[in-house]
Design a binder for this molecule. Structure first.
Ligand SMILES: [Zn+2]
Length: 164
């Protein structure tokens, strides 16, 4: 899926987390949690040289160009590695949750596409959530509908949840 779609999904995930964790007033921490979810939702595509995150990351993205697109970065192994890495670095639990929830939302969204993902990497089976006939083509009409529905959910459900 395109970066814009992943941003919409990550924003919805971020709004859901902030709605459950913020105090009576929104503050900077809430904004950071929200933005980390969006960032996490873009991160798996660092393995694609034309992706928004890869272009922005510059030389940091170079090692990820050695792996196949939708391979290791779109797997449960990547989620586990991020979890252990962030935890080992002493990242606060809420930051870990926000980043990983966004990251997982990316993988789940890509699993709605025809290409699927190598969820069980290093096993190279491509995993999809739907039968191939019902899957979305990246950049196709189905993705646009999915992105619009996600954005509407963000406006109708996500924003009211956060702004109480
Ligand atoms: Zn992806």
């Amino acid at each position: 899926m395109k970066a814009e779609t992943h941003i919409a999904v990550g924003a919805l995930v971020g709004a859901a987390i902030v709605s459950q964790t913020s105090g009576s007033q929104l503050d900077t921490d809430d904004l950071i949690i929200f933005l980390l979810s969006v960032f996490g939702a873009l991160l798996p595509d660092i393995d694609h040289e034309a992706s928004m995150i890869s272009r922005r990351a510059g030389p940091l993205a170079l090692p990820f160009r050695l792996v196949s697109h939708r391979g290791v970065t779109h797997s449960l192994a990547a989620i586990a590695l991020l979890y252990f890495g962030l935890t080992k670095l002493g990242a606060p639990q809420l930051i870990v949750i926000a980043l990983l929830a966004g990251y997982a939302s990316h993988i789940a969204a890509d699993m709605l596409t025809v290409q699927g993902v190598e969820l069980l990497w290093p096993v190279c089976w491509r995993v999809r959530l739907l039968p191939k006939l019902l899957c979305i083509s990246t950049g196709g009409v189905g993705e646009h509908v999915y992105a619009v529905v996600t954005f509407l959910l963000l406006l109708v459900i996500g924003v009211p949840l956060v702004i109480r």
